[in-house]
Design a protein around this ligand. Sequence first.
Ligand code: SF4
Length: 492
Amino acid sequence: MAGKVQQLTHQAERQAISVMLDGFLKHLKSKEDRTETYLKIVDLAEKFYGAGANKDTLNAVREYVKNPENRWMRFINRVVDETDHHYAKTMLLNLGYEAFFRGTKTIRENRKKYNCNIPWLILFDPTMACNLHCVGCWSGTYGHKSSLTFEEMDKIVTEGKELGAHLYMLTGGEPTVRMNDIFKLAEKHNDCFFGLYSNSTLINDEMAERVRQLGNITFMLSIEGTEETNDARRGSGHYEAAMKAMDILKKHGIVFGTSICYTRANVEAVTSDAFFHLLEEKGARFGFYFHLMPVGNNAVPELMPTVEQRKYMIDRIRYVRSPESNIEFFPMDFQNDGEYVGGCIAGGRNYFHINSNGDAEPCVFIHFSNTNIKNNTILEMLQSPLFMAYHEGQPFNRNQLRPCPMLENPQLLREMVQATGAHQTNLESPEDVDHLCAKCDDYAKEWAPVADEIWASETHKKPSYENYTQEKREHPELAAFEHADGSVRIDV
Ligand code: SF4
């Protein structure tokens, strides 16, 4: 009975917010009183956050929105102008109201209740089938045949939602190969938002129109610089397909982004002014940058960025996000932005990955597991040994430019995998943890002194939370918990 009442309250609240958003968006689209409308949205956010609202931050936002010439106001106004009304409303409802406001509250409660990580987003692979064969792509190492059934994908979302997760990202393989099932899933879970990492090749007008109508799907399109650097890795004709997909998504008023793997060979091409302006003009509004990881037996470690290139990435991405830049595109660097999210987000701390065989892995790059969606619930996955080792170990390094237990602290992944008995999950080409981590040892050693120098030269804001075992670290007797280099010893 209590559950039913709660459900009705939720539906009524969602409906009321939907009506308000309709009004806000109409005002914003008419370009009249935009500042006043933004201020009303901030007031609404404050109301929903309740006691959890950070007054200082909200007041700073209020000041910022008052000037339409501010860099990010120009950016937001452009997104408002270019986005379909229904799509924008559904995105705000599902990402803003469901995920940020309701979801975050539920997640925080469940972290305490279950004493484990509870994620904000779950990444899963509908299928490993892919029509491309990119150089250095680890996904092929799982084999191209495995797929999750619709029922398994539905189980992931249903159980994830109960824990508070309303954001799902889909990779693979090429997720659009399973577009009918994805549409079914997005329709059934119309209070969630789905982001597809896609190679673009199957996106067409019909697909984009259905996406617009549903309003709760976006795409992160793979693209790597110029036609030359892109097609060298992804195959001839891919660049053209990505450009065409962007035109289609823009035409249908869909907010979309990019997924960019930076390597020793393309780092300059994927961060040039010309490339950013091209993405901007094509309608891409945000981009995830991923450092090439030497995962899998067919990895190409020689393509990992050099120390100098990684330093350059830190400066370049931060510049593009700074008020000085005029690029209307928001890039995020998965490897260098650790400080904004408290270090490694994997193991369910903010996210985890379920591969197309159903194995739950702490991160899309960490192919080890003790648990599978065919036999376990999402909560059981989060409480499985390797995930609990992540929970106990995070943050893995005080220096959040060295966040990863594999890339920058490879000894830690060895320790965790050995201590938890997690098995490797690459079916076609098994790779043990020593083989994987050996490819990171030299990189980690070379990067450490440079990263430490950068970290020491900057001031850092304390993240709002790192994890829930943090209290332990604040006790001096636990100093022995750390290795001499600042990385954390894992006690499982
Ligand atoms: S395991 Fe490494 S790559 Fe994955 S989220 Fe953590 S720091 Fe990032």
